[in-house]
Design a protein around this ligand. Sequence first.
Ligand code: MG
Length: 377
Amino acid sequence: MEIVLLGSSGSIGLQTLDVVRKHKMSIAAIAARSDVKALALQAREFKPRCVCVFDEKYYGDLKIRLADTGVKLLVGMAGLCEVAAMECSTVLNAVVGMSGLEPTLAALEAGNRVALANKETIVAGGELVMQLAKVGEIIPVDSEHSAIFQCIRGNNKEDVAKIILTASGGAFYGYNSEQLKSVTREQALCNPNWSMGAKVTVDSATLMNKGLEFIEAMWLFGVSPSQIEVVIHRQSILHSAVEFADGAVIAQLGIPDMRVPIQYALTYPERLDCGHDVKRLSLADVGSLTFARPDEETFACLSAAKKAANKGNNACAILNAANEAAVGAFLQGEIEFCRIAELVVGACEAVKAAESVSLATIYGDSESAKEFVRLKI
Ligand code: MG
């Protein structure tokens, strides 16, 4: 098994390398946005054929760090797409944000299987991606979608009545709009259950993460927005569930640990022993599981995402780009937490989506959404 890993220095990337190390899989290529120090160390440990840095500024530094190795170096979006199309068994795409879209398309065009951790790929480019993807070519890495994928396996897809998408509720579960006004960056960056990167942790606190996952589920499993129900489940033990035509509900459970869905995406359809470092679930120890409806009035990002999902076309790309810009500004300390939702909702109302969906209109509409946010900051 030879893996191309995009986003190797981020949270999912590092956990993927843990899985690779444990099962002695091999790495065909690694890519990261800018962390050349991590790339150089990983290149020496995993001996890939190619190493790619996305941000051209860091290419010179990478070249010096790997001068004695003879490994092929690539740069920029062209480099990302080239490694995504390399001959391999799976491309694991853990790039953050919309820059993951083109490499996903390149991988699918080359006939590669994609283990997808970059949800923005599907949110912004769902239509393009699903047109290219053959059945079984995209294996979700997101814990909820991995759960849904596992629940559907062995059943007829036509018998799916409803998808039950669970959400931890994030750092500010139970807060009202007034309380959200005074939360800090440090509080937003703290998720009770999952260890994740900064962008997705903030998205989790605004419930936008669930909004993006709602759209992701719609595309990946071919269901309509009305067939997806978001349920708050604070313990993150039940990773999602599927209700079938006969009313039977099948769920997938486990202690939250991203290495489990990562490993499954790499070894599917096989399951390998994950060893002792992944905790086993004891339902008796957990005691009780709780479920509740989300507060979509206070957490307006979730309702904005549902609206975009219903609108179709590039509405989801606009939502996603506005959110990327707003979360970026929040992480830079430029805006308060509660303005993220305000800016996203504003952009979704103000920016008009192009009539047709193509890579060019996705980029164009995304740029307009980002511009809208920048002007309001
Ligand atoms: Mg998730």
